[in-house]
Design a protein around this ligand. Sequence first.
Ligand code: 9Z3
Length: 398
Amino acid sequence: MSHSDSESAYFNNYPPPKALPKHESLAKSFIEYHVEADRRLVLVTSGGTTVPLENQTVRFIDNFSAGTRGATSAEYFLEQGYAVIFLHRQFSLLPYSRHYSHSTNCFLDFMDEGPPNDSNNSGHGPIVVRNEYQTEMRDVLRKYKYAKQNNRLLLIPYTTVSEYLFELRMLAKCMKPLGPNALFYLAAAVSDFFIPRDRMAEHKIQSSEIPPEFSNEEAVGSDDIYTGGFERKQPTSSKKLVINLDPVPKFLHQLVDGWSPEGSMIVSFKLETDPNLLVYKAQTALQRYAHHLVVGNLLSTRKWEVVFVTPEAPYERWIRVPKSRRSKSISGDEDQVGLAEAAKRQSEHPAVAATDAEEPPQDGDGHFGSREGTEIESLIIPELVKLHSKMIDKFHQQ
Ligand code: 9Z3
């Protein structure tokens, strides 16, 4: 099946998200506004995607992504003067409010009740931001207000992988009038596997036998597809659940060759856990889709290092937060920083022992240095903007 055949098969099989027409009209007026201003516009995708197991969804498969990369990157794009469409998993982190979320950095910890205000005799004081957070919160608040008041940020939510794909296609097509001013920054962690609509159970999959009079006429009985039947050795009324997933069609082809504006820049992310594979997989993705940049990252070191893999020299370029400015991360493993680069060098020159994992000194400063260390996105985005500028110049010289 060709890419466009698998595209049509996919989109014909799924109903579009209910909110798509509303999102389309919001996107069109947002884009028109920025086309008129000749402003650059980036579509940032962010967060995980769910894969429902039932049509009336009780259960779904999910992934780890909280949307930190996307939400943080969106802020640095706004700082660089870009307008941002933020296509995000519903309830994942958002630009600016991410600094004061409900779990880490709980927003309530930043507040106090001030002394009672005598004028209204209520005995209640006003809620105030604690002194030590005033500067940082004012800074975040000002940037947030600026983005809102100047129509620089459009938030579009999705939940499932299918909703994500419908929204991505719609937004890319709406972005056509932007031409080379459009940038795609695909940081969402999109599921590679899904259950096709014609194999999906309508109702909640049952974990125990139900009498035949209750069984309904689904296209495919949940018994046939999802359950492994009774265990012989262990008599029990519970059933196994065996899930059979298909690969999600590779939509980057369609984005590069059809949906996106002429001259636009497309940046995808490649996530791996094995340092030996990262650069190879990023290079393979770049060759396969023929776009402009793959940003490779390892799950364990993604907050401190990424690799830019490009079709032109220098082909592979590491960006790292200097050691002294790395934030602490519970999920990360700082000992792994440098391993993927060393593994790549080792594979190219097996005779040369892998060099140490230390990074060369780099310039660049994080904007939230005091509490959180340097954010790697503060190093990634300016570099990316330079590459985008080069592409725009080249486009206009043609
Ligand atoms: C990424 O690699 C992002 O950097 C992360 C960010 C998902 C690791 P967090 O949300 O994590 O800040 O916690 N995104 C792309 C992942 C992905 O699904 N890439 C596909 C792949 O690796 C290619 S499009 O095959």
